[in-house]
Design a protein around this ligand. Structure first.
Ligand code: G3I
Length: 377
């Protein structure tokens, strides 16, 4: 491996000049912390914000992982700590300790904070689902949105206000998901949440975030169509919405990918005047062989193929893998659907850094995609 120092590499101008393909030396230096540029720097040079999802224990105590986070990212988003279910075990009880400490950590480190997520059917507190009247449910929803956006006003860069509200499989003409909030409050819960969020924190950009819109399958095409109509309706009705989040939970070798269809979808969303964020990027490898070099390359190739299209759309200005290291991934913790678990008992390897915090081919794929992206400035 070429032993080069970061200074020497940058001094050669081989990397300093913007827009150059990553020089061969950098590829070889990927394993050497010194010679490797950070993903946040590669992103920043193109006007892109690079961040990651983290959990409180990963950042609230100084560890080797905290060092990596501080080096690599310009943004963090709490993986679970700001979810309603996690914060409010009983009606009238709200635990702000971990969200407060994570926001404080980010502020102290000069890292941008992304709020996730105010209203998500999947992590709604049990007590909400037992509220006896519509009026009490509406009051509880409004209190959730207002209390969170007021408490962190001015300190949140973007808020996922409503998460994953669209599900065309549920057969509604408006494409909305038949879940708790729709059942109890009707479709109006969406606009209600965004208007209250805007009123309480006018500085935060408001985001709608969704998944299963990345691949060339009938289901994903239907979801893209429904999401686009959902966004169009919100913009038409003057609902305060600034950004759209493409989650980007990808899988090796499972579904075809159409560059044309995905590119068109992003262009259609951008055409609504929305900025776009890749909010939860990771690549599961349950269908890939167990051999690690082979598997890592297949994961890297999946990142490359997706990002070549995503980052080519200048409205996409934020890139957030759902974790930095395989050491901390919901995939490795098996918190995802069982059909996506590996059957050979090996841990998945979905993220840019391995469990020892060493960069993987996925890191190079992301670095290359950032380095080759058109500048947003
Ligand atoms: O904290 C408890 C722990 O006390 C308990 O021992 C353990 C075993 O039961 O569960 C732990 O809670 C888990 C939590 O993650 C923290 O690890 C929940 O069971 C588990 O369901 C939860 O999964 C999270 C999932 O959202 C549901 O909230 C994943 O970590 C998280 O990565 C995932 O992230 C979501 C995004 O927020 C929205 N988009 C989809 C994405 C993947 O589902």
């Amino acid at each position: 491996m070429i032993a080069i120092t970061r200074r020497r590499l940058l001094g050669t101008g081989a990397f300093a000049a913007s827009g150059l393909a990553i020089p061969g030396a950098l590829r070889a230096a990927v394993d050497s912390t010194e010679g490797r540029p950070s993903l946040k720097d590669l992103a920043r040079r193109k006007g892109i914000k690079f961040g990651t999802a983290v959990a409180a224990p990963q950042v609230l105590e100084p560890t080797d992982f905290t060092d990596l986070v501080e080096r690599e990212v310009a943004l963090i988003v709490p993986e679970n700590e700001m979810k309603w279910f996690e914060m409010s075990p009983a009606q009238g009880v709200v635990n702000y300790e971990l969200p407060d400490r994570m926001v404080d950590f980010a502020q102290a480190e000069g890292i941008v904070f992304r709020g996730h997520c105010l209203v998500w059917y999947w992590r709604t507190p049990w007590w909400f689902q037992k509220l006896p009247t519509r009026a009490e449910a509406e009051a509880a929803l409004i209190d959730r949105v207002r209390s969170m956006t007021l408490r962190y006003a001015g300190r949140i860069d973007t808020w996922d206000v409503v998460n994953e509200a669209v599900e065309p499989k549920d057969g509604r003409a408006d494409g909305l998901r038949e879940a708790v909030f729709l059942k109890v409050l009707g479709p109006g819960y969406i606009d209600l949440a965004y208007h209250h969020a805007r009123e309480c924190d006018p500085k935060a950009a408001l985001v709608y975030n969704d998944y299963d819109i990345e691949y060339d399958t009938p289901e994903h095409e239907a979801k893209r169509t429904a999401v686009l109509r959902f966004l169009e309706r919100m913009k038409h009705d003057g609902v305060p919405l600034d950004r759209f989040g493409v989650q980007g939970h990808l899988t090796v070798g499972k579904m075809p990918f159409s560059e044309t269809k995905f590119r068109r979808f992003l262009a259609d969303v951008a055409g609504l005047g929305l900025h776009i964020m890749v909010t939860e990027l990771d690549v599961t490898d349950e269908l890939a062989p167990g051999d690690i070099p082979r598997r890592d390359q297949l994961v890297a190739d999946e990142y490359s193929r997706f990002l070549a299209v995503a980052l080519d759309e200048k409205a996409v200005d934020t890139l957030i893998p759902w974790g930095l290291s395989d050491r901390y991934s919901w995939i490795v913790r098996h918190e995802h659907a069982k059909e996506k678990w590996r059957t050979d008992g090996l841990d998945g390897r979905p993220l840019p850094f391995d469990a020892a915090l060493q960069p993987k081919p996925a890191w190079t794929a992301i670095a290359h995609a950032l380095d080759g992206a058109p500048s947003r400035s």
